[in-house]
Design a protein around this ligand. Structure first.
Ligand code: 8X3
Length: 252
């Protein structure tokens, strides 16, 4: 009997990461959930196991290279890596943005993705049929006022995916980039505005149906489950009410 293919998901403690873990588990993968918050991923892994799926949790900070390398020693062969960990901090103009925020966003979104991808690439290649997903953002494809360090970091992550795809062509590993627009999750905007729930609510105010974490997880799962020779290079997904990063229809 063939072994169950394994999918590693970073940032699996909430939002798109948790939804992706659920959907990949339902699609038949043994999911390995990683995030800094151990309690959350353990609860989700237990819930998935209870539901008859195969799931495990591993506390991991993707910016800690030594920890990432240690984690990677557990895998000789890996089918799927979903680089989802990341996020935004602040929405200040370039003129006044905090360099510490910019640095932190570069660390989590770009270096975090680099760390985990580098560490697991040998196992993905050894599987003979590996898939790397990079969760970038529409903020990685064009800018918007106040996008600041997040836009810069997501452009970096987008370029990482594009460059890696060029460099590993001919190996049995695909690089899929999923770039969501406005997604309403429990934490993204609240984290960006450092707990200011009023400011966070304004992001989605009057928008008829922003995307949900499940909508994005659905596109990730679809892309990952295409036949091996099909590489979805870049999948841009926005809610119908959003035509561009700054053109959003609101009924206020
Ligand atoms: C999230 C999209 O518009 O908040 O990645 O930058 S946006």
């Amino acid at each position: 009997m063939a072994a169950t293919p394994i999918a590693v998901i970073t940032g699996a403690s909430s939002g798109i990461g948790a939804a992706t873990a659920r959907q990949l588990a339902a699609a038949g993968y043994r999911v390995v959930l990683t995030a800094r918050r151990k309690d959350r991923i353990e609860t989700l892994a237990a819930e998935l196991t209870e539901a008859g799926h195969q799931a495990a949790a591993y506390a991991l900070d993707v910016t800690d290279r030594a920890a990432v390398d240690e984690f990677a020693t557990a895998f000789r062969s890996l089918a799927v890596l979903v680089n989802n960990a990341g996020g935004a901090l602040g929405a200040d103009p370039v003129a006044t943005g905090d360099p510490a925020d910019w640095r932190q966003m570069y660390e989590t979104n770009v270096i975090g993705t680099l760390n985990v991808t580098q560490a697991l690439l040998p196992a993905l290649t050894a599987s003979g049929d590996g898939t790397i997903v990079v969760l970038s953002s529409t903020a990685g494809l064009s800018t918007y006022e106040g996008g600041g360090g997040y836009v810069a970091a997501k452009h970096g992550e987008h370029v990482l995916a594009e460059t890696l795809r060029l460099e590993i062509v001919g190996t049995p590993v695909r690089v899929i980039e999923v770039a969501p627009g406005m997604v309403k999750t429990e934490e993204f905007a609240t984290t960006r505005f450092r707990g200011d729930t009023e400011k966070a609510a304004k992001v989605y105010a009057g928008v008829d149906a922003p995307l949900s974490a499940d909508d994005v997880a659905d596109t990730i799962t679809w892309a990952v489950t295409r036949p091996s020779h099909v590489n979805i290079d870049l999948l841009v997904v926005r809610p119908r009410a959003q035509a561009s990063n700054s053109k959003v229809h609101r009924t206020l």
